[in-house]
Design a binder for this molecule. Structure first.
Ligand code: FDM
Length: 205
């Protein structure tokens, strides 16, 4: 049986990385084969360029070129991900196509244009979207220095993510007032349903 493909999505500072790590610990405890892929995957040549773009404001790229690099970064590793899935490994994605589209469309690029380069990539079986009911994250301090870590921009991205809410695999999870453990329990109860009975074929974007 193939492994499940699970994406954890959300705005910056919603606890995505903490939660993907918690999920991995749980899978390890249960002896379930698993692999984490964090996008952007910064340790490839394309990923290196993306990292420079995100961390060095002097590095100029058109919005379109930056967008295509993020997409290419997914395509360059997708065969490896598919192989893992076929071998029964659960693959957890920390960000994926949805971040790709929402962050670029928030800059004013056309939504469908943004999705086009990712058409054909496998769709996750489940996408957990971490968000705040209140626009709490905008008022939070502590945004870092990377290019997109600006409150007003995050608000735009949040609105763009809403376009995906009609996707059948999309599960929004409000984290307001919940502890790390409580969010983990919620994610786990969603995820458990995908451990068995998956269709052999993955859907694609
Ligand atoms: N990001 C991430 C994009 O703009 N497009 C993408 O395709 C992906 C995967 O990169 F601001 C943005 C989202 C975020 C930044 O992500 C770096 P992490 O999760 O903070 O490393």
């Amino acid at each position: 049986m193939r492994g499940a493909l699970i994406a954890i999505e959300g705005l910056d500072r919603t606890g995505k990385t903490t939660q993907t790590e918690r999920l991995l610990v749980k899978l390890k405890e249960l002896n379930i084969k698993h692999k984490l892929v964090k996008f952007p995957k910064r340790d490839t040549q394309i990923g290196n360029l993306i990292n420079t773009y995100l961390t060095e404001k002097s590095f100029q790229l058109s919005d379109q070129a930056a967008h295509l690099l993020f997409s290419a970064n997914r395509w360059e590793i997708i065969d490896e991900i598919k192989k893992e899935l076929q071998g029964g490994t659960v693959v957890i994605l920390d960000r994926y196509v949805y971040s790709g589209v929402a962050y670029s469309a928030a800059k004013g690029l056309d939504f469908q244009w943004c999705l086009n380069p990712d058409v054909g990539l496998p769709k996750p079986d489940l996408t957990v979207f971490l968000q705040f009911k209140q626009s709490e994250n905008a008022s939070r301090t502590g945004f870092g220095d990377e290019r997109y870590e600006v409150a007003e921009f995050q608000e735009k991205v949040k609105l763009l993510f809403e376009n995906f809410s009609t996707n059948s695999e999309w599960s929004p999870l409000y984290v307001d007032g919940l502890t790390i453990d409580q969010v983990h329990e919620e994610i786990w109860s969603l995820f458990k349903q995908y451990l068995e009975g998956l269709d052999e074929d993955l859907q694609v974007f």
